[in-house]
Structures are given as C-alpha cells and as structure tokens.
Write a protein that binds this ligand. Structure first.
Ligand SMILES: [Zn+2]
Length: 102
C-alpha cells in the first residue's frame, strides 16, 4: 500500500467516524426530547422500564407486587389516621359553633 493510499484510507475512515459521531449526537439530542425512546414508565419498586400501556404501576415481578401491596396498605392506614386526626380537631369546633349559634 502506498503512502497516498494509506492517507486516502485514513481520510475515508475519519469521514465515516465523523458521520457516526454526528448521528450519535443527533440521536442523543432526540433522546433528550424523548423522541427516540418509546414512551414508557418505570416500575415504582424496581424502576425497570415497563410499557406505558401497562395498567399497573409495577412490573410483573412477584416481589414488586408484594412490596407494592404493603406500601398501599400502610398508605391507606396513614390516610385513615389523618382523617381521624382532622375529625378530632374539627368536631369540637363544629360543636362549639353550633352551641354559639343556639
Ligand atoms: Zn418491579
């Protein structure tokens, strides 16, 4: 291979590389806008990507299901406690208000 041929080959190689690099950059830009990747959500437990069409917030993993159920139960209990607390605070106020009106 002559020197000129080597240089020519190197030039084409770098041209190809530059092309690839620019296409990668373009893809990255698109990815930032969320165009390249298909719309998806993440499992709330293990955060693996799951399709957007999937009804549940979690993936099909049994462990995720169990954890999610536990969280759901404790969340419900917490909200019930919150309502009870608010009721305890508000009911005497209402009673006083009704008493004041009478
Ligand atoms: Zn999961």
């Amino acid at each position: 291979m002559s020197r000129a041929e080597k240089i020519a080959k190197m030039a084409t190689m770098t041209a190809v590389q530059a092309k690839e690099n620019s296409s990668v950059k373009r893809r990255r830009k698109k990815a930032k806008k969320g165009v390249l990747f298909e719309a998806h959500k993440h499992c709330v437990e293990c955060s693996i990507p799951i399709p957007l069409s999937y009804d549940s917030l979690i993936c099909e993993d049994e462990e995720c299901k169990i954890n999610q159920e536990k969280k759901e139960k404790s969340r419900k209990r917490l909200s019930i406690l919150l309502y009870i607390g608010v009721a305890i605070f508000i009911i005497p106020l209402i009673i006083q208000l009704v008493g004041a009106l009478n």
